[in-house]
Write a protein that binds this ligand. Structure first.
Ligand SMILES: [Mg+2]
Length: 370
């Protein structure tokens, strides 16, 4: 497909409540939307690395700059034959998977729209309806956390993910386990620890969690493999898993028994599908995680959640973590117990509310092919 135009929107979407984890606190979603057209068709994508380089080395303003200087000139006016073709045209850019993801997602949305097929079916999704989990950042007190967990369990959510880090760790987790002895929990450490913290993880190992997500350094694989050998609780890789290359290494090293698949962090749908295949061959189970992203990015999480490799409830962001203003014309199809149903619209099913988009857009660029 020849790429006729590319538009980039830098967004600022304030959250109702700050989102606090081991890497810091965000009170707004800073993200970049990509709009790509070919003939009469339009595709949307999103690059959502966070406002600062706190989760990975990439950040919103950096992506906006890099994309204008290097990605747009590599794709605009080009006849792109596949996701692999698009990614190979961006191979000269080292790393920067978040920046590439926005364009890869927009391309897949465009292709599915042009084919008249829902994206989730096009990528081999098998489940039109599936279950999501609940997810809690650091709270003001353990009582508030316990109340929120009880509320989600009552609503029917099958598993709860808890952020975990210095100042919000073992005592909190023990208290949670004491109140909910049979509930499925896992913790996400957002790379806050090192191998020196093995005694802490030995205690965590006694609490019967579904997994420990990214306990060690954001780009590490080797220490994770050492830690996994010491624990019976599966380790799940998140931050470290930012390319198919890293996924192959992780599988070989035994750095984790579970992969958190995030299209934004992996560089888009093309890479996510490749990583899912690496995981399948290695017997590693997967689930879908999200970033702080708008409804555009979440539509891709939703499509990927339909893959049969996703054996643990996904995190496509439940309705209780809401923005002041999203950019989708219609809210996403969640039930109160966290089930999500995909629709049969062509593409990723993204319909933009132009007024809302204008309200949260702080910068915009449009490029036309001649
Ligand atoms: Mg994580």
């Amino acid at each position: 497909m020849k790429i006729d135009s590319i538009s980039m929107y830098k967004l600022d979407m304030p959250l109702r409540q700050p989102w606090t984890t081991a890497y810091g606190s965000d009170d707004t979603i800073r993200t970049v939307l990509i709009r790509m057209t070919s003939g009469d068709y339009t595709g949307w994508g999103e690059s959502s690395p966070l406002a600062g380089p706190t989760y990975s080395p990439e950040y919103c303003d950096g992506i906006y700059d890099l994309a204008q200087k290097f990605i747009v000139p590599a794709l605009l006016g080009k006849d792109i034959r596949s996701g692999e073709d698009l990614m190979s045209r961006l191979n000269f850019i080292k790393g920067n998977p978040f920046a590439k993801a926005g364009f890869d997602l927009a391309y897949w949305d465009l292709c599915a729209a042009a084919a008249g097929k829902p994206l989730w079916r096009m990528i081999g999704g098998v489940r039109q309806t599936y279950q999501n989990g609940a997810d809690f950042g650091f709270q003001k007190s353990v009582d508030i956390l316990l109340e929120k967990i009880a509320d989600r369990i009552r609503a029917g959510y099958p598993r709860v993910k808890l952020k975990f880090g210095p100042g919000w760790e073992l005592d909190i987790l023990r208290e949670v386990r004491r109140h909910f002895p049979d509930q499925v929990f896992h913790i996400d450490c957002n790379s806050a620890y090192s191998l020196k913290d093995l005694p802490l993880f030995r205690e965590v190992d006694r609490l019967n969690l579904a997994m420990i997500e990214q306990p060690l350094r954001f780009d590490d694989l080797l220490d994770h493999s050492k830690l996994q050998k010491e624990l019976k609780t599966p380790i799940c890789l998140d931050e470290s898993l930012n390319s198919p290359y890293k996924a192959r290494q992780a599988a070989e090293l035994g750095s984790g028994k579970i992969f958190n698949l995030k299209p934004a962090r992996l560089g888009g749908i093309t890479n996510t599908l490749e990583v899912a295949e690496i995981a399948r061959k290695a017997g590693i189970s997967c689930w879908i995680g999200g970033m702080l992203e708008s409804g555009v990015g979440r539509k891709f999480l939703a499509a990927l959640g339909a893959l049969d490799c996703c054996t643990y409830p996904s995190d496509i962001w439940s309705p209780y973590v809401e923005f002041f203003e999203d950019v989708l014309a219609e809210s996403m199809n969640f039930t109160s117990d966290g089930h999500y149903t995909l629709d049969d619209l062509p593409g990723a099913g993204i319909q933009i509310d132009e007024k809302s988009l204008a309200k949260v857009t702080v910068e915009k660029q449009e490029y036309l092919s001649h």
